[in-house]
Design a protein around this ligand. Structure first.
Ligand code: ZN
Length: 175
């Protein structure tokens, strides 16, 4: 009986302590570090203060071919380790697509945002939290015959505004 109670007390102490004992890990490969830093700077310039101590980013061979990245939580403050997995097939075709992928995944696990499939009046996604599109503010991949309509880099400002503030007004280019 005595041992039983002791075991129960030990269980209570360690059982309750385990959550407080959670030690967040920050482990971002050098390749992605500048993007993560840009995220924090862009957030700060929009009045959103972010301190990153809980984030692991790593490549994962096991992601399905059509999945460029995956965050393990949509919770800003989950009380467990946040992990972003990146498809080792490297989905992006330029640096802005790579940034958009990392920002999208950080939108999930750092900002707590879910997917948003809303469209703007010109049928462009309302948010970079749209599913399966890392080209929302991409430059041209193949610019044929001097056609520059594929160049969407001027949209980056809006998509970042919207990422940190869902109530951002519709931009002029979307009308
Ligand atoms: Zn997503």
């Amino acid at each position: 009986m005595k041992n039983c109670c002791l075991a129960f007390i030990v269980f209570i102490i360690f059982g309750c302590a385990s959550k407080d004992d959670f030690e967040a890990v920050y482990d971002v490969p050098e390749e992605f570090q500048p993007i993560v830093e840009t995220f924090v700077v862009e957030a700060s310039s929009r009045g959103v203060d972010i301190k990153l101590t809980n984030l692991i980013i790593r490549y994962d061979d096991a992601l399905e071919d059509n999945v460029c990245g995956r965050s393990n939580t949509l919770d800003k403050d989950p009380g467990f380790q946040k992990i972003i997995l990146i498809n080792s097939g490297k989905c992006w075709l330029n640096d802005l697509q790579k940034e958009a992928l990392i920002f999208h995944e950080m939108g999930h696990c750092i900002l707590g945002r879910a997917h948003d499939e809303t469209l703007l009046p010109n049928n462009a996604p309302k948010s970079m939290m749209v599913k399966n599109d890392i080209s929302v503010y991409s430059g041209c991949i193949y610019a044929l015959g001097g056609d520059t309509s594929c160049n969407k880099t001027n949209r980056r400002e809006y998509y970042l505004d919207e990422l940190f503030n869902e109530s951002t007004p519709i931009p002029d280019w979307a009308n």
